[in-house]
Design a protein around this ligand. Structure first.
Ligand SMILES: NC(=O)c1ccc[n+]([C@@H]2O[C@H](COP(=O)([O-])OP(=O)(O)OC[C@H]3O[C@@H](n4cnc5c(N)ncnc54)[C@H](OP(=O)(O)O)[C@@H]3O)[C@@H](O)[C@H]2O)c1
Length: 324
């Protein structure tokens, strides 16, 4: 699917879903309102062996597991509790919650927070950078041996956002001077720029192993994500919806994605996982509307020095080095 188009998950699964039969899939960010919750239900229709469904509280996942049990009783499901604002929770979950799972075929990082008031994670990172990016940087490192065990054709999908187009990683001031110059949207943009830069480098590194890595924009979807938005958010969105009203970090105009359903939002994640028209040769690409959209990456995000610095800083933040 080389042409950008808004597709429902059902359409992508009908074409490529057979490859998911018998597979083990881990998804973060599960809730009834979230894109990840919809993704889990959609993927269950393709008869995977095990769906590992992560959230910080089990009550968020329970209704999704219930729905899957009703329609697909043979698909095994499991709750994995992770508080992404606490790296010790990330480590505990992988060490104790997955010790009996030798391989994971697909990992889809969907959990995230948008435009929250200034706050810090338990490890002292600005909240959006910590939850949306640093926790995933550690999760990927810890999960990589299990994905490598699944072998070529496995995938690591990192959710990003169209706001990546406006975001830059403030490499010398990641926490906005300890919140003094905090702007919730710049911080959301920073965290998504970091997600896409991470996927770009990780994808390049894992190409030789045949592990698919993409960052994806799910589009504009009405979910729990808007919970921190101010009352004037709807007015802001109306302004963004005007064609050519958005400007990327290089000064180029672009249009807001059309509003999408949760099924359409999850579809580009599924495309990244299994669409065979997008290959490992495209690794590290940014996907939007079920197609490669690397023209959405601006010069800061593409910059190899920035990407290298971000990677090195991230290894310092998690206190571990990648072995790839
Ligand atoms: N919706 C959109 O229009 C849109 C557009 C572009 C990109 N995205 C990206 O898509 C992803 C999914 O968002 P969504 O729209 O499905 O929003 P959502 O309904 O708010 O789902 C996000 C999930 O992330 C979880 N989460 C937040 N903070 C967490 C933490 N500290 N630890 C563990 N889990 C945490 C939330 O759990 P709790 O309920 O417990 O907080 C929630 O279940 C996000 O990464 C977002 O940046 C969304």
């Amino acid at each position: 699917m080389s042409v950008k188009q808004l597709l429902r998950s059902e359409v992508v699964l009908e074409k490529y879903g057979k490859s998911l039969a018998g597979k083990t899939i881990l998804i973060t960010g599960i809730s009834e309102q979230s894109i990840a919750g919809e993704l889990a239900i959609q993927l269950s229709t393709a008869d995977p062996r095990l769906l590992i469904l992560s959230a910080r509280t089990e009550s968020k996942v329970a209704p999704i597991i219930e729905k899957i049990k009703e329609s697909k009783p043979d698909v095994e499901t499991r709750f994995l509790g992770i508080e992404l604002a606490d790296l010790s929770s990330v480590r505990r979950a992988i060490e104790h919650g997955l010790s009996d799972v030798p391989k994971i075929d697909h990992v889809v990082f969907v959990a995230g927070v948008m435009a929250c008031p200034f706050d810090k994670t338990k490890d002292g990172f600005e909240m959006q950078f910590g939850v949306n990016y640093v926790a995933n940087f550690l999760l990927v490192k810890l999960l990589l041996p299990k994905v490598q065990a699944a072998g070529p054709g496995s995938s690591i999908i990192i959710t990003s956002s169209a706001i990546m187009r406006q975001g830059k990683v403030h490499l010398d001031d990641l926490d906005f001077s300890d919140g003094k110059i905090y702007d919730p949207w710049a911080a959301y943009g920073q965290s998504n720029a970091a997600r896409t830069m991470f996927a770009k480098r990780l994808g390049e590194k894992l190409k030789v192993q045949g592990i698919r890595v993409f960052s994806i924009d799910p589009g504009s979807v009405n979910t729990g994500l808007q919970r921190h938005c101010p009352p004037e958010f709807l007015e802001m969105v109306k302004a963004w919806e005007k064609p050519g009203s958005l400007v990327d970090a290089d000064g180029n105009k672009f249009d807001m994605q059309p509003w999408a359903t949760r099924s359409e939002g999850a579809a580009t994640m599924i495309t990244g996982m299994i669409d065979t028209t997008i290959s490992v040769d495209d690794n590290g690409s940014f996907l939007c509307q079920n197609a490669v959209a690397n023209d959405h990456m601006h010069s800061h995000v593409r910059n190899e020095e920035n990407i290298t610095r971000l990677w090195e800083i991230s290894e310092e933040l998690i206190g571990e080095k990648y072995d790839i």
